[in-house]
Design a binder for this molecule. Structure first.
Ligand SMILES: Nc1ncnc2c1ncn2[C@@H]1O[C@H](COP(=O)(O)OP(=O)(O)O)[C@@H](O)[C@H]1O
Ligand SMILES: [Mg+2]
Length: 339
């Protein structure tokens, strides 16, 4: 069979051939603005609301960047396995998996859900509560995946995490900042050698769809068994980048950061909490600089002056090695208030 590329006008036939819709069904398909690595379509069949996701081999960015398409199968498997850990209301349900064509179909988030990134950009008042929920969910994913022996063997392969995170974020940024090579080498060693829990790999407000104060978590393409401090740093990085971008919401983001950190620490319990936060801050410095100078720069910070402020703080984190989030928040607040 020739390869099927998910285009809106081909989807109806595809669904019919696979027995997923009947001839009388009304089907509507629309493209969803996704990231750079997949085709993502919204499908409505009568009352049913689905999302189809198909992985691409070559990513749509300026730099040449490729990744293994079979990651889509792992993503579907992670979503299925995590439903037992996080609860079915926090994740899609997998409706159909097509390994040959590197795609799956899942249920859509509840109607009226808002991408958390969008409410953050507008300074939404409920954001600290959502941040608390993000901390609680992350702790649950870490604790639950450690407690269940299915996860480690199934997600041990780190190829996709190397292709989509270690290479474009850490290795590329280190090449562009040779003076920080030792600091990046340390982060790469963490990412490769610390293997204690399931890691989402893209734990970002963009992948959290919120309704009724609850998070529906999506986009597990970088999932692997590794260092969970990476996820904590990933989310914190997004909140701090938004602080640079929208200084007028700094106190709101600060509150969200504190809620996230405290809920996560509480959820993880007493198991060397200082150590987890310290490693989180190390990853944070690398991720912050990577979102300026890696292969996937953050799209909303374009002003060179703002970029330089971010770069300076990221370098400070990497070199001065603060151990606590509170210290990093101070650095950011000072950087944004400087004339
Ligand atoms: N199950 C879903 N329900 C509702 N919207 C979804 C769902 N899955 C994806 N989306 C939407 O499509 C976008 C892209 O999907 P995502 O899985 O994040 O792909 P990418 O890896 O390309 O970022 C998401 O940001 C979200 O807006
Ligand atoms: Mg996404």
């Amino acid at each position: 069979m020739s390869e099927f590329l998910a285009r809106p006008d081909h989807v109806r036939d595809y669904l019919a051939r696979r027995g997923l819709v009947r001839p009388a069904d009304r089907v509507s398909v629309a493209e969803l603005g996704g990231g750079v690595s997949n085709i993502v379509l919204r499908i409505e069949v009568g009352e049913r609301r689905w999302v189809l996701k198909q992985s691409l081999g070559k990513l749509r960015v300026k730099d040449d960047w490729r990744s293994d398409r079979a990651r889509i199968v792992r993503e579907a498997q992670a979503i299925e396995a995590l439903r037992a850990v996080l609860g079915p209301s926090h994740l899609p349900e997998i409706v159909y998996l097509d390994r040959e064509n590197f795609l799956f179909i899942m249920t859509a988030a509840p109607l009226g859900s808002v991408v958390w990134k969008e409410s953050l950009m507008e300074g939404g008042r409920s954001d600290p509560g959502i941040a608390r929920e993000a901390g609680r969910l992350l702790a649950q994913m870490i604790n639950g995946s450690r407690a269940d022996p299915v996860f480690q063997p199934e997600f041990l392969d780190r190829t996709v995490f190397e292709q989509l995170r270690v290479d474009p974020y850490y290795l590329t940024t280190a090449e562009r900042h040779p003076n920080l090579r030792p600091q990046f080498d340390e982060l790469i060693a963490y990412a490769r050698n610390i293997t204690t829990a399931l890691v989402h790999g893209d734990y970002s407000p963009k992948n959290m769809l919120v309704s009724g104060g609850k998070i529906f978590l999506i986009d597990f393409e970088c999932v692997h068994w590794g260092d969970p401090a990476f996820d904590a740093a990933f989310l914190i990085n997004h909140l701090l980048l938004k602080t640079f971008y929208r200084p007028r919401f700094a106190s709101l983001y600060g509150e969200a950061l504190k809620e996230f950190r405290d809920t996560l620490a509480k959820g993880l319990g007493d198991e060397r909490p200082g150590e987890f936060e310290r490693r989180t801050m190390r990853h944070l410095g690398g991720l912050m600089l990577a979102r300026m100078d890696g292969k996937s720069p953050v799209e909303y910070i374009r002003d060179e002056d703002v970029k330089n402020r971010v770069r300076r703080v990221a370098e400070q984190i990497l070199i001065e090695r603060p151990d606590r989030l509170g210290e990093v928040v101070e650095l950011v607040l000072r950087a944004i208030s400087r004339p």
